[in-house]
Write a protein that binds this ligand. Structure first.
Ligand code: HEM
Length: 420
């Protein structure tokens, strides 16, 4: 049996062994989305430090133009729309670490981890840069699938089912998310609300996406993003008086309700009035702890973690597996040039070591490099190694002012706009 067959068999065994709670059908709630939203507006954080108010003076919102690059990350899109990042969406390492801290109080270890992977897999190592959406010619950028962008995102469709559109807000997903928030006692997008969203999305992808790709690093980014909703988008500090209400969340992720249709239009991300960032940094360890204890248990979608199902699954073991996952990433600039790969990995490991995420601390072996894609059917149409033309066309930068995916794409849906 080959290593890949072995790996796939282990995955299947993990999936079969994991308890899979049934996710209730929520269609009734979705139909009532307009009514549900009414109770989700309102309260603004009390007792906040005025220094944390955002945006600061001189960082006004300006909607992106057609040539500005925007993609799957609402946090980075917003920072570019407010001028904390270059408004054209072509960003570099220093800018991202600085802007994510200043705008949202993201810990430097977390922003470094995300940025290093993005530069390595989606950008240009020479000037440590990447595009927020798609690079020139629809190549690279954060839209590039299965590198940092992953399946089972909170409010974006899977790459395969969305026909390459993994980066616009999906109206049906945010309707579902809003319905879950309406079940919360304070009608907020809490960790519990986001855990329900995770469970529903994971089950949907497992049922419908034959190319579901859930490899450690991108999958942890997708999972982390569920915890980012309350922790970064709350008005004030989540867990310390901050409120993760509809008003903040919908404005920051750019979901504008059309009260006539009950669908969400995707508009440029911006801070709402009178908004305060969290007062303390949120870094790698609290993020992974929230993911492990509050989000992932709601649905145990199998990942290639040997520790799955045992007490050994911890932030440290996840970091270690992520660290090793660097070996399987195909850097954008280096496809087919394996001789340069070692240099790229050395660069990225050095950056991670600077913020304390080094192999010495985590005890992870870094000796073997591999270019393998861990998907058995990677070359089939729609697979990661063989995207059809429609998929490539859909990989372009975000187009705002449209509504995408009013219905769940149970099979690849290339005609995804539903504004009319
Ligand atoms: C530090 C650099 C960052 C990088 C490189 C990055 C990259 C990404 C990427 C590639 C995705 C798509 C993941 C997926 O497929 O689910 C994503 C999603 C997301 N990011 Fe970021 N991100 C960064 C910082 C931030 C910050 C500062 C925030 C919050 C303030 C944030 C919030 C989110 C959220 C909530 C999503 C999920 C969007 C959705 O599907 O609803 N990110 N990010």
């Amino acid at each position: 049996m080959t290593g890949k067959e072995d790996f796939l068999r282990t995955l299947k065994e993990q999936r079969d062994a994991a308890p899979q709670p049934q996710v209730e059908k929520r269609q009734g709630l979705l139909d009532n989305v307009v009514g549900a939203v009414g109770g989700l507006l309102g309260s603004i954080a009390q007792s906040v430090n005025p220094d944390n108010r955002r945006p600061e003076e001189g960082y006004e919102f300006i909607a992106p133009g057609p040539d500005d690059s925007r993609g799957p990350c609402p946090g980075l899109n917003l920072l570019a729309n407010h001028g904390y990042l270059p408004r054209d969406g072509f960003v570099n390492y220093e800018q991202v670490v600085e802007a994510t801290s200043r705008g949202f109080n993201m810990g430097a270890d977390l922003s470094t981890l995300l940025t290093v992977f993005s530069i390595l897999a989606n950008g240009d190592i020479a000037d440590q840069s990447f595009y927020l959406g798609s690079g020139p010619g629809n190549v690279g950028g954060l839209n590039r699938h299965s590198t940092v962008e992953a399946d089972v995102s909170p409010n974006r469709e899977d790459y395969y089912l969305g026909c390459g559109d993994n980066h616009h807000i999906s109206s049906r997903l945010f309707k579902q998310n809003t319905a879950f928030a309406s079940e919360d006692a304070n009608k907020e997008f809490t960790l519990e609300t986001m855990a329900k969203q995770w469970a529903a999305n994971a089950q949907f992808s497992q049922d419908n996406n034959p190319f579901l790709y859930f490899f450690p690093f991108p999958s942890i980014v997708a999972l982390g993003a569920y915890a980012f909703y309350p922790n970064f988008f709350s008005n004030g500090t989540y867990g310390d008086g901050g409120v993760a209400n509809f008003e903040s969340i919908s404005s920051i992720i750019g979901a504008k309700l059309n009260e006539e249709t009950g669908e969400f239009e995707y508009v440029p991300e911006r801070w709402p009035e009178n908004w305060y960032r969290r007062s303390t940094p949120y870094g790698v360890i609290p993020a992974l702890t929230d993911v492990l204890t509050r989000i992932y248990p709601a649905y145990l979608l199998p990942m290639p973690f040997g520790q799955l199902g045992s007490d050994n699954l911890s932030p440290q073991t996840i970091l270690c597996v992520i660290y090793q996952g660097l070996q399987s990433i195909q850097p954008l600039a280096l496809e087919g040039q394996t001789r340069s790969l070692t240099g790229a990995i050395t660069w990225s490991l050095g950056k991670l070591a600077d913020v304390g995420l080094s192999d010495t601390i985590l005890g992870c072996p870094t000796s073997t490099l591999s270019n393998d894609w861990l998907v058995a059917n990677a070359s089939m149409a729609g697979g990661p190694l063989n995207p059809p033309t429609d998929y490539v066309e859909n990989a372009g930068n975000n187009v705002f002012g449209q509504t995408y995916f009013c219905e769940a794409p149970t099979e690849p849906t290339c005609n995804n706009e539903c504004s009319a």
